[in-house]
Design a protein around this ligand. Sequence first.
Ligand code: SF4
Length: 456
Amino acid sequence: ARARAAAAAALRRSGRGSGRGRAAPPRGRSRERAPPRGEAPAAAPAPPPARHLFSEPAEVEALRRNLLAWYDRCKRDLPWRALAATEPDADRRGYAVWVSEIMLQQTQVATVIDYYNRWMQKWPTLQALARASLEEVNELWAGLGYYSRGKRLQEAARKVVSELAGRMPRTAEELQKLLPGVGRYTAGAIASISYGQATGAVDGNVVRVLCRLRCIGADSSSPAVVDRLWDMANVLVDRSRPGDFNQALMELGATVCVPKAPLCGECPVKQHCQAWRRKLFGKPPPVPDVEDCGVGDCPLCLPATEPWDSSLGVTNFPRKAAKKPPRAMRTATCVLERRGCHGAPEYLIVQRPSSGLLAGLWEFPSLPLAQDLQEEEEREQLADHLQAWMGRPVAAKGLQFIGEVIHIFSHIHQTYVVYSLHLDGDVTLDPALSPSRWVTEDEFLASAVSTAMKKV
Ligand code: SF4
């Protein structure tokens, strides 16, 4: 009974009354019509069962203590952590954390470190980044993927400098409201790590950890579950060390509570983990006077259609709706080569449009192809396309087929059909077309080109 009362109180505090994740109506708009005479008022929806909540203050305290002690012992030395801990200037500190958070979206820590160091060396302040050109940003970002991140980071830095007098917003609410490209997670991370605001930060690692700690098996990308996880993160975050706590939760997800083979034996919070207990005991732990969710229609439990699978253990959690398969695309691309003035080969690269996939990056002249074309048709179309660049006829037969390169973007399965063409004599490029230039191999590698083009 105590657990249920505490759960209900926690829900009241969070302003969410519905166990199905529906938010309570905002203040001032909460007048509801009375039920027609003779009808009983609708019953208040039941709160989620206590096993999906952290409703005992003593348990919250213990989890914070155990997690932070582990973090102090085991955290990885990372350049942005050093800056967050030592940089006395608040705007520089916020900027340093912001850059790391944007780079870390969809990208592994090990890949980011080198990019981060080079970035901070080149643009140690918001003002320095605001003065950079987009070309420079793209060059440094080349190979990191999801290129719009770098562009938006620079746009946002320009906004801070020109509209906010170079002062970083200090709270999660303001960060999210004022900075383009800063979403709820990034805002929470910057505000807690740089400015000590006691606010949660829920990224993919945290989703996994929280779903396991509280046996949340409903679709973890659904709005109801996302809301619940944010509520939980805001309840759990340590009031005196919010930045360390959020980083500790993420670190746990990245190094111990990993997706496929979590190291539960080494986990500092295993005594608080419902998934681990369920694995040990083979069934949900007994919680006094609380409905045995999973049997009823609990909106947070594993769905009845895909129940607990004992061969998966704790990795039963989290569950996600199946992703749409990536779209298949074919693109013909041609490596045009000429002898440069010093005899070294040079290659033609052209700039992509300033919006859309790989915006503003450089590539070999390329042409998206319809599916199911015959090889001859592909070749003819590419020859016509090249003719526009070079202002002179290009014989399809002169294009030498080299091979195919596959590159997976997040939502596109891209096949590049690669041809090459050696040119004799000078070629005048049409300046009315997109920007283009001849580069040596070294210049190509130092240019703002995508990983896919480097593979080509
Ligand atoms: Fe994750 Fe295992 Fe720790 Fe639970 S006990 S939080 S499943 S690593």
